[in-house]
Design a protein around this ligand. Structure first.
Ligand SMILES: Nc1nc2c(ncn2[C@@H]2O[C@H](COP(=O)(O)OP(=O)(O)OP(=O)(O)O)[C@@H](O)[C@H]2O)c(=O)[nH]1
Ligand SMILES: [Mg+2]
Length: 325
């Protein structure tokens, strides 16, 4: 159900690990052969196959960045830098091909020149292979680190998606748990300690995805550093609609003014349809700020995630926006 893009990337070996593995297997491969020429040829073949296949495999197991959804592409760019990734992958591909060609060169040297000691030729071949690996050592290290970071990105599906935004404590999770079925899947998101949670809403025969963003909007976008901001902006490639929840009672700890200004920033920056809903309307009579809400038309709808009032109507409104006219 969830599209797994980065979880399948296996660990990327370090250069010296690769060399150790290839050369020790190669030595064993030569042991069974009584004719020296065959023994050394077999060593060269084994070492080059192991190196070249392992390197090719690293490149193959990274996702093709041209096929990636814009959401993942942008997140990957924020977290590791897609251009650097492409450059390192190209270097590894180059090394794989180079080692493959090299083995032919040295195998034919043994075949064509009976006077040369095959052990010496094999040692030369191993030396060349090792120096190619050394050349891409920093690329392997970078790819290894990138793989670890990419694996931590959230896994989301490409279902129609509602992104729930708003300051902490406005009632995002309460709303989520009222409308989505099953236990939401909690996943990490760069630059928030809490991780986003992904739930599903079933309506008729359709499925929708609803994403909670705890800790992502604890201050205005203008107070974000560039990297954090880019990670937030990646949401626009994921969401079909934003549900922006406002707590007009201000019991969340943020003023209505702050909340409205975050809403305006998000509306401007994310540039996808948004519905603005005031929550906690069960407290409406007690709180002065609510007067502003009643008179000032700050939201499209009002609801209570606590009592459930209007919660389903908000869902219907979100679906209408997703499905279009
Ligand atoms: N009275 C009232 N309280 C509510 C309502 N919705 C949420 N709350 C309360 O507000 C507090 C925060 O609700 P959460 O749903 O955890 O808020 P959140 O937006 O998910 O907060 P973060 O995860 O920290 O961003 C909790 O104590 C809820 O019980 C509501 O409609 N009415
Ligand atoms: Mg929450």
């Amino acid at each position: 159900m969830y599209k797994i893009v980065f979880e399948k990337i296996p660990t990327v070996p370090k250069g010296d690990e690769l060399i150790d593995k290839a050369f020790s297997r190669a030595n064993r491969a030569g042991r069974g052969k009584r004719v020296r020429v065959s023994a050394e040829r077999s060593r060269i073949k084994t070492a080059s196959n192991i190196l070249s296949d392992n390197l090719k495999n690293i490149v193959r197991r990274f996702p093709n960045f041209d096929d990636l959804s814009l959401f993942y592409l942008n997140l990957a760019d924020v977290v590791v830098g897609v251009d650097s990734l492409k450059i390192s992958l190209a270097s590894v591909q180059w090394a794989s091909e180079k080692i493959h060609k090299l083995s032919y060169e040295y195998l034919s040297r043994i075949r064509d020149n009976k006077d040369i000691d095959p052990v010496i030729v094999r040692k030369q071949a191993f030396g060349r292979m090792a120096s190619i690996i050394k050349e891409i050592d920093s690329d392997l290290k970078f790819l290894g680190e990138a793989r670890n970071k990419l694996r931590k990105l959230p896994t989301v599906s490409d279902l129609p998606t509602i992104v729930v935004c708003g300051f902490p404590n406005v009632g995002k999770s309460s709303y989520m748990s009222r409308v989505s079925s099953g236990k939401p899947k909690i996943d990490t998101y760069p630059f928030t300690t809490k991780g986003i949670s992904v739930g599903l809403i079933f309506r008729d025969s359709d499925r929708y995805q609803i994403i909670d963003t705890p800790g992502l909007f604890d201050r205005p976008l203008s107070k974000r550093n560039k990297i954090e901001l880019l990670a937030i902006l990646a949401l626009k490639y994921l969401g079909d609609v934003i549900l922006f929840i406002i707590d007009p009672t201000e019991t969340c700890g943020y003023t209505l003014k702050e909340q409205l200004s975050l809403k305006d920033e998000l509306k401007r920056e994310l540039d996808i349809p948004m519905i603005v809903v005031t929550n906690k309307n069960d407290m409406a009579d007690d709180i002065k700020a609510c007067e502003v809400v009643k008179d000032g038309n700050v939201s499209d709808m009002s609801m209570s995630s606590l009592t459930g009032e209007n919660v389903d109507e908000v869902v219907s409104r979100l679906f209408e926006i997703i499905l279009g006219p």
